[in-house]
Design a protein around this ligand. Structure first.
Ligand code: NAD
Length: 284
């Protein structure tokens, strides 16, 4: 089935970024969130980033207007019925996602692919909430979705070859670099990155060094493009802690558990860039 219309469920950080990528690839997008206001907020965010692209001459004003013209928002899942692919980017909560997939399975055309952008939940458990788990796949984008090329395309034991191949080809069509993975905890990148970032944070206290020096050490000694503390600020301390807890629960390794310092930052609302304060301070 040729995909010309994409549904995106959940229009927060990831959903609006994924929407922008699809719009810029020439697709129609129907975005669903729980209120009209959240839909409008996503439109404003996408408008802002596309305007910056126009200023930097990465796209023309006409291209920007056409892209936004292909975007509609709704609060009803039924409006996604004719989409060839639906990408779910709602809260990272298994029951929320299972509920959404059960309903999507009922309302969206049976030929369509249903994809989840979960970071750390089991794609298999999400798929098993549907009557047709063969059409469910993971499509894990990275934040910010319009900037980072990787999409992990995650296959469960139920995913059909057709579903997998369609999703992989779609990721290429929207200009991404897909990699094939299986439904294992953390897939590829988070399985490696989360314990590594946790180790970097533990070094702060164990070796009594500053975030600035840990970041400088990894940038200038390991050639990382960004230091680990700055990266956690970018990801969001809450998002990182949540993913750490999920991996720890799944794999039981101590390095997966979030360090105490990150739990305290989360509880104090020091979530990184999005709150203006994390390891570093940011202007809004
Ligand atoms: N933020 C990241 O760095 C990142 C990276 C990769 C994947 N993810 C995953 O993407 C998903 C979304 O994360 P986010 O950071 O964009 O979260 P977010 O909180 O910014 O956005 C979630 C959105 O989903 C909406 N929502 C909740 N329930 C809904 C429902 N039933 N129907 C429609 N919309 C609903 C919320 O109103 C909100 O707008 C999560 O599964 C997360 O693990 C996040």
């Amino acid at each position: 089935m040729e995909i010309s219309r994409v549904g995106v469920v959940g229009l927060g950080t990831m959903g609006s970024g994924i929407t922008q990528v699809c719009l810029q690839a020439g697709l129609e997008v129907v975005g669903r969130d729980v209120s009209d206001e959240l839909g409008e907020r996503a439109r404003a965010r996408i408008d802002h980033y596309l305007s910056r692209g126009v200023e930097k001459e990465r796209l023309t004003q006409d291209e920007k207007d056409a892209a936004l013209g292909r975007f509609t928002t709704t609060t009803g899942l039924g409006d996604l019925a004719s989409c060839g692919l639906v990408i779910e980017a709602a809260f990272e909560d298994l029951e929320v996602k299972r509920g959404l997939f059960a309903e999507l399975d009922r309302v969206v055309s049976p030929e369509a692919v249903l994809a989840t952008n979960t970071s750390a939940l089991s794609v298999t458990q999400i798929a098993e909430a549907t009557q047709q788990p063969k059409r469910v796949v993971g499509m894990h984008f990275f934040n910010p979705a319009p900037v980072l090329p990787l999409v992990e395309v995650i296959r469960t034991a139920h995913t059909s070859d057709e579903t997998f191949d369609t999703t992989y080809a779609f990721a290429q069509r929207i200009g991404k670099e897909p990699v094939a993975c299986n439904d294992t905890p953390g897939f590829i990148v988070n399985r490696i990155l989360i314990p590594l970032l946790n180790d970097c944070v533990r070094v702060l206290d164990e070796a009594r060094v500053t975030p600035e020096d840990v970041d400088r050490a990894m940038r200038f000694g390991a050639n990382w493009p960004i230091g680990p503390c700055a990266l956690i600020d970018l990801i969001g301390v809450d998002v990182h802690v949540h993913a750490s807890e999920a991996l720890h629960a799944a794999l039981g390794e101590e390095r997966m558990a979030p360090p105490q310092r990150l739990l305290e930052m989360r509880d104090a609302g020091q979530l990184g860039r999005k709150t203006g304060r994390g390891f570093y301070e940011y202007e809004s």
